[in-house]
Design a binder for this molecule. Structure first.
Ligand SMILES: C[S@@+](CC[C@H](N)C(=O)[O-])C[C@H]1O[C@@H](n2cnc3c(N)ncnc32)[C@H](O)[C@@H]1O
Length: 214
């Protein structure tokens, strides 16, 4: 079978339409928040790759009594902005920051186990920018997800919000690094020890995935 875009019917149907546009972003983030368990004063939420805090703020808006949040982000100015915004959203919450990232040799050292880890649009953008081969990217993904598992208390969930590889991306491990297909992401999650992996939202390339630490 040739590449899908070699088929004129498939091509006319999909030309520029496979990727969900930015108009789907609010729904994507909202559906992740809807899929979360209830959160309150005893919870410690760790938002990895928090950026300027978009996902963390949405969670805080729905659960304003969350007890503790740790924001992890390599970019210092973004981290400071996220902290300020979270402080406004959770005036009674304890908000910690860690400048750093997942997938490096040393995992970010959080002060106490998380009852929820969120990773909003971090894995696939990092893979896209990484260079190297897909095998390199999968090795980084494994390290990064393993570090997320290590942050969680037993039985507690990780939620990932990501945009996947398009169906025409090369599948071979020796090819260039790229976004992952959903089965690849599920395989990596299960490979590092997560269980009950479930896709809780999908629209075209946009997915939210839940996985639990055993
Ligand atoms: C597309 S933004 C998403 C920000 C936020 N989570 C959101 O949903 O809006 C990706 C963020 O991941 C950060 N980042 C890059 N490499 C990272 C890593 N290895 N670990 C954690 N975060 C990383 C970037 O600096 C950037 O702020």
């Amino acid at each position: 079978m040739g590449a899908p875009w070699d088929d004129p019917d498939w091509y006319d149907l999909h030309d520029t339409t496979w990727t969900a546009g930015p108009e789907r972003e609010p729904e994507h983030y909202r559906e992740l928040v809807i899929a979360l368990p209830p959160l309150g004063p005893d919870d410690h939420v760790v938002d990895v790759g928090t950026g300027t805090g978009k996902l963390a703020r949405l969670i805080a808006a729905s659960y304003p009594s969350i007890g503790r949040v740790t924001l992890i982000e390599p970019n210092r100015p973004k981290l400071e902005r996220a902290r300020k915004r979270l402080g406004e959203a959770l005036p009674d919450g304890r908000i910690g920051t860690l400048q750093g990232g997942i997938g490096d040799d040393a995992a970010p050292a959080i002060s106490m186990p998380a009852t929820l880890v969120t990773v909003g649009s971090v894995v696939m953008p990092t893979l896209m920018l990484a260079g190297g081969t897909l095998a390199d990217g999968l090795a980084w993904t494994r390290r990064a997800l393993g570090q997320c598992l290590g942050m969680l208390a037993p039985g507690k969930p990780l939620f990932l919000l990501e945009t996947l590889a398009p169906p025409w991306a090369a599948a071979e491990a020796g090819s260039g690094c790229r976004r992952l297909f959903l089965p690849e992401l599920v395989r990596e999650l299960e490979g590092v020890g997560f269980e009950d992996v479930e896709c809780v939202y999908r629209f075209r390339d946009r997915v939210a995935v839940r996985a639990a630490r055993p």
